[in-house]
Design a protein around this ligand. Structure first.
Ligand code: AMP
Ligand code: MG
Length: 330
């Protein structure tokens, strides 16, 4: 299959919508990362997403909608607090997990009885969903396990020849995926930290729990959290600021080519085998660059990437979540 890449204009979006309606796959920008979309209610189309990404079939997809009313088609029971969150955060980077209706095929939800839904804020995503006339199931448009794509070029690197079309709408503004909030339990639980922070959700909902990173609980509640994710080809090592320099020195002594993502700490020298990238101290800026920098360091051909830990508050939680998963060995 030939993968077309089109700069966004009305004709390109119309073509993308037509592909979605006829059961094909289109990658498109959202405010978080690029998504790989298919008609969420068409089993055969959704199955193609898993095949193109090489994603395990029990890893559920997020369904994207363009109007809050579409939630009624997808979710069987919508509690009052869900509507409050919808009013406050949609469109935006918050995904709600709710009991699913019969209309949603099992393949879309990885066999679960719940469905994850979000209304993206990106105008191109919204226009595409509206024109397609159906909810669009869209995981990140990368090969499973790779860093999420924040440009059309990243999508092409991973999925060329596997999907019909990539809509190129430039780099995505947030750069990390949505917050996934499970509203089927009380208190609600964040299954994946993201663009809408724990602190902000607590202000509205009171108590909110964070899914423990213990593998067994994570696997039960949110199958997609089980595997190594977001990972560059190079080995990734997460370092506290105080130990960073020492770790880098030892790797260099072992003859490794090393990439370093540094935010606060300092490195005394920059020998040949070292590629240093200074990450912004502003966490929103950091999040926007995170996946791009991982891919860039891979392109430099480093063996190991040492990344300095960031503080775990606000968006820092989403950043550390991605970095930890990228470090996992499986
Ligand atoms: P991605 O589509 O790659 O952004 O990943 C979506 C993630 O959302 C999955 O890996 C799951 O961890 C989570 N998710 C989606 N649907 C559900 C659901 N019904 N229940 C729990 N977690 C979900
Ligand atoms: Mg993903």
């Amino acid at each position: 299959m030939r993968t077309e890449v089109l700069s966004v204009n009305d004709a390109a979006i119309a073509r993308a919508a037509q592909i979605i309606r006829s059961g094909g796959l289109v990658a498109f920008p959202t405010e978080t990362v690029y998504g790989l979309g298919a008609d969420a209610l068409n089993e055969d189309a959704v199955r193609k997403i898993f095949i193109a990404k090489e994603r395990p079939f029990d890893d559920p997809l997020i369904v994207h909608i363009a109007a809050a009313q579409q939630l009624l088609l997808l979710a069987r029971h919508i509690p009052q607090r869900a509507w409050e969150l919808v009013k406050k955060f949609w469109p935006g980077p918050l995904t709600l997990v709710l009991p699913k209706t019969e209309r949603v095929p099992a393949v879309t939800t990885g066999g679960l009885e719940t469905v994850a839904v979000r209304m993206p804020g990106h105008p191109i995503a919204r226009q595409l969903i509206e024109l397609s006339g159906c909810p669009i199931a869209a995981p990140s448009a990368n090969r499973f396990g790779r860093p999420s794509p924040t440009t059309a070029q990243h999508v092409l690197e991973d999925l060329d020849g596997r999907i019909e079309l990539i809509l190129d709408g430039g780099p995505t503004p947030i750069g990390v995926e949505s917050t996934v909030l499970d509203l089927t339990q009380d208190p609600p639980m964040i299954l994946r930290p993201g663009g809408v922070t724990l602190e902000v959700l607590q202000e509205i909902l009171g108590e909110v729990r964070l899914l423990s990173s213990a593998k067994s609980e994570a696997a039960k509640r949110s199958p997609g959290t089980r595997w190594r994710h977001y990972a560059p080809r190079a080995q990734l090592v997460l370092a506290e600021p105080a130990e960073l320099e020492q770790i880098v020195r030892e790797l260099l002594k072992d003859g490794k080519r090393v990439g370093v993502m540094i935010s606060q700490g300092r490195l005394p020298c920059s020998p040949d085998r070292l590629s240093v990238i200074h990450m912004p101290s502003d966490l929103s800026e950091y999040a926007r660059l995170l996946f791009r920098v991982l891919r860039e360091l891979d392109a430099h051909g480093v063996d190991v990437i040492v990344v300095e830990a960031v503080e775990e508050h606000g968006l820092g939680r989403a950043i550390m979540d991605r970095l930890r998963k990228a470090c996992q060995s499986s």
